[in-house]
Structure formats: structure tokens, C-alpha cells
Design a protein around this ligand. Structure first.
Ligand code: NAP
Ligand code: ZN
Length: 348
């Protein structure tokens, strides 16, 4: 077994504390990554605090992982020791069902295994990236370009792909009017991608103070969602809206902004249902949809696109001893725009 150390939540109420554990040795198809940086996703907080139910403890969160390969199994072909590599939200799927075969592994019919707070098909607990190392099959490990700032790549492994996948699936590009709701980790990546893909992009925010940043990140327009008149002035104008909000909010307000055949895609995962009026749907023949992270091939495509276009996350670096403060600031919507843990602080 490989000795690992990290930080774990022991229950839904306490702070994360140092935790030693074991990971499996690299099997023939496995890659071992020494973790340099790990992003803090709002999903980490939802799960640590058991806001979605079913959390398993001790829980080592973290699914925006980047670092260097330290070992590879005999059958690994994509990586060698010393390569930069990333691990995201998924570490196992059946690879055999129609969804896996279509490259849509998060929708695996046997069930995708998360990087943490999950059990592998063999029944081992998975532990995430707030730790010194991680082991994953090469199918779920991504190549990372040395051209990009490594720490700022980490959030691409969840926030990046979770926004990239629906923007691509719904054909966002030139001639489309796109709205991004919520300027947090996901939202700021959605904004960068929608702008880069050539769409006319508006950012909806509850935080007026983020308006200037939103423009810098690519918004043609910023709408403060508390301003009812500003919201109404956009009725029926959008082809696609990507909702990245982590807390309960009124979807009907956003549905009303969609034009004929427009789609609202929910990626934010509040812990409460989001009621939708039938009239919000039938008017303009609108669609309400959702999307979960992204497939392995499209994640690598997104990373390669980012390397080509020089796109990374806007990050604030944090340390292992400041997780409480970082979590609180994420919940308050006060991070620009993703916390990343410098794993060197684990040793300190
Ligand atoms: P985040 O950084 O906390 O961003 C969430 C943003 O939502 C905030 O910055 C804020 O933006 C807005 N917001 C927060 N509270 C709000 C409220 N009460 N009303 C309206 N807006 C509010 O979170 P994140 O890491 O981007 O994650 C966002 C959500 O996506 C989480 O629920 C997470 O679990 C989920 N997620 C889903 C997937 C997936 O596969 N579908 C993957 C990863 C994460 P403003 O200040 O601009 O209003
Ligand atoms: Zn995430």
C-alpha cells in the first residue's frame, strides 16, 4: 500500500484535521500523482457538510488535482514518471455501457465512482486531493501542458469541464446569446469559455461589486439579478443560460429570459429543489436541463483548448491551515474566483 497524508472531515460539523491513510499500490493501469495543488470546489463543502445527504467519513475532499507522476503501472502508455498530470471528479466507470462508450462517463449506467466520498467497484473508499498523493487508472488522468500556470490549471478539472461540457453540447458560439448565472468557481470559467467560443455573453450576479471583474473575464454585459427592471429588460433574449449557483434561487426568473427554443442548463447543485412553473416552460417552448462534469475525452480536449488559448482559472492560493476560512469565504461568494491549496503547506 502507498502511505498518504492529508486533511479529512470526521463528521459534518467539525473542521478538517490531519489524517493518515493508505491507498492501493499502482496496478498495471494506474498512475500515481504527487499532488502539487488542489482546488476547493463548492461541492467539497456541500459534501463535507453533508448537505446532499449520504456523506461518508472520514472524508478527504478534493477533485481538482494537479501534480507530477511518481509511478506508473506496466500497462500505462500515456504517462511516464515526471510528467505533469491531473485528476478530476471521476476515478472509475464501467467503460462498457452505452454512455461510457459514447464518452459520457459521468453518466455511466453502473454508476461513476467519485474521486472522494465514494466506494470503488471493489469496495474501497475513495479519498480525494487534499492530500500528498493520489492513485487513479490512466483513463481518468489528464495530460497537462507545462505552458500553463500549474496551480491555475487545477480548477479546470472540475469547474472548467463542468462549464465547458454543456457550452459545447448546446453549441454555444458566434451568433448565440448566452447567460452565465453566478460568478464563482464554475461561473467565472463558464464566462471565460462562452466568451472565448465567440458567444455574446451576459453575467448574472447577486454581487454588484463583481461587475468590473465580470467584464474583464469576458462579459459583454453584467446584470445584477436583484434589479427587477434590469432582469425584465432581458425577457426572451437568450439562447442558452448556464446556472452555476450553489444556493436555492428562483429559476423562473431566468427561464423567462429564454427566447424560442432556448435552454436553461442547471449545473449548480443547491441542497433544495428548485420549483419551476409550467408556464415558464411552455412559453417559448423552453427547455430546462442539467449537466454533470464531462467525459474523459472532452476533459482532455478542454485542457488542450486552454493550453492553446492560454486560459486558466483566476485563483487565490490558500494553505491547509486556512481551510475553515476558505470554506466560509466560498459560502459567502467571496473568492476571486477559486481557492487552490498549495500542497507544500501540508508538510509545513
Ligand atoms: P461558488 O464558487 O461558491 O460559486 C457559486 C456562486 O453562486 C457564488 O459566487 C454567487 O455568485 C452565487 N450565489 C451564491 N449564493 C447565492 C444565492 N443565495 N443566490 C444567488 N446566487 C448565489 O461555487 P462553485 O464551486 O462554482 O459551484 C457552484 C455549484 O455547482 C455548487 O452547487 C457545486 O456543488 C455545483 N457543481 C456542480 C457540478 C456538476 O457536475 N453539475 C460540478 C461542480 C460543482 P454571485 O456572487 O455572482 O451571485
Ligand atoms: Zn467540483
Amino acid at each position: 500500500m502507498i502511505q498518504s497524508s492529508g486533511y479529512a472531515a470526521q463528521d459534518s460539523k467539525s473542521s478538517l484535521t490531519p489524517f493518515s491513510f493508505e491507498r492501493r499500490d499502482a496496478g498495471p493501469k494506474d498512475v500515481v500523482v504527487e499532488i502539487a495543488y488542489c482546488g476547493i470546489c463548492h461541492s467539497d463543502i456541500h459534501q463535507v457538510r453533508n448537505e446532499w445527504g449520504g456523506s461518508m467519513y472520514p472524508m478527504v475532499p478534493g477533485h481538482e488535482i494537479v501534480g507530477k507522476v511518481t509511478a506508473v503501472g506496466a500497462e500505462v502508455t500515456k504517462f511516464k514518471v515526471g510528467d505533469l498530470a491531473g485528476v478530476g471528479v471521476t476515478v472509475e466507470t464501467c467503460m462498457n455501457c452505452e454512455n461510457c462508450k459514447a464518452g459520457a462517463e459521468p453518466y455511466c449506467l453502473k454508476g461513476m465512482v467519485g474521486t472522494y466520498n465514494a466506494k470503488t467497484y471493489a469496495g474501497e473508499m475513495t479519498y480525494g486531493g487534499y492530500a500528498n498523493n493520489v492513485v487513479a487508472p490512466e483513463h481518468y488522468v489528464y495530460s497537462i501542458s507545462p505552458k500553463l500556470e500549474l496551480a491555475a490549471v487545477a480548477p479546470l478539472l472540475c469547474a472548467g469541464i463542468t462549464t465547458w461540457s454543456p457550452l459545447r453540447h448546446w453549441g454555444v458560439g458566434p451568433g448565440k446569446k448566452v447567460g452565465i448565472v453566478g460568478l464563482g468557481g464554475l461561473g467565472h470559467m463558464g464566462l471565460k469559455f462562452a466568451h472565448s467560443l465567440g458567444a455574446e455573453t451576459a453575467l448574472f450576479t447577486t454581487s454588484e461589486a463583481k461587475a468590473a471583474d465580470a467584464k474583464r473575464l469576458g462579459a459583454n454585459e453584467v446584470v445584477v439579478s436583484k434589479d427587477q427592471d434590469a432582469m425584465k429588460s432581458h425577457t426572451g433574449k437568450f439562447d442558452f443560460i448556464l446556472d452555476c449557483v450553489s444556493a436555492p434561487h428562483d429559476l423562473n426568473e431566468y427561464m423567462s429570459l429564454l427566447r424560442l427554443d432556448g435552454t436553461l442548463c442547471q449545473v449548480g447543485l443547491p441542497d433544495q429543489p428548485l420549483p419551476v412553473a409550467a408556464f415558464s416552460l411552455v412559453t417559448n417552448r423552453r427547455s430546462l436541463s442539467g449537466s454533470m462534469i464531462g467525459g474523459m475525452t472532452e476533459t482532455q480536449e478542454m485542457l488542450d483548448y486552454c493550453a492553446e488559448k492560454n486560459i486558466v482559472s483566476d485563483i487565490e492560493m490558500t494553505s491547509m491551515d486556512k481551510l475553515d476560512e476558505a470554506y466560509e469565504r466560498v459560502v459567502q461568494g467571496d473568492v476571486k474566483y477559486r481557492f487552490v491549496i498549495d500542497m507544500a503547506t501540508l508538510k509545513a
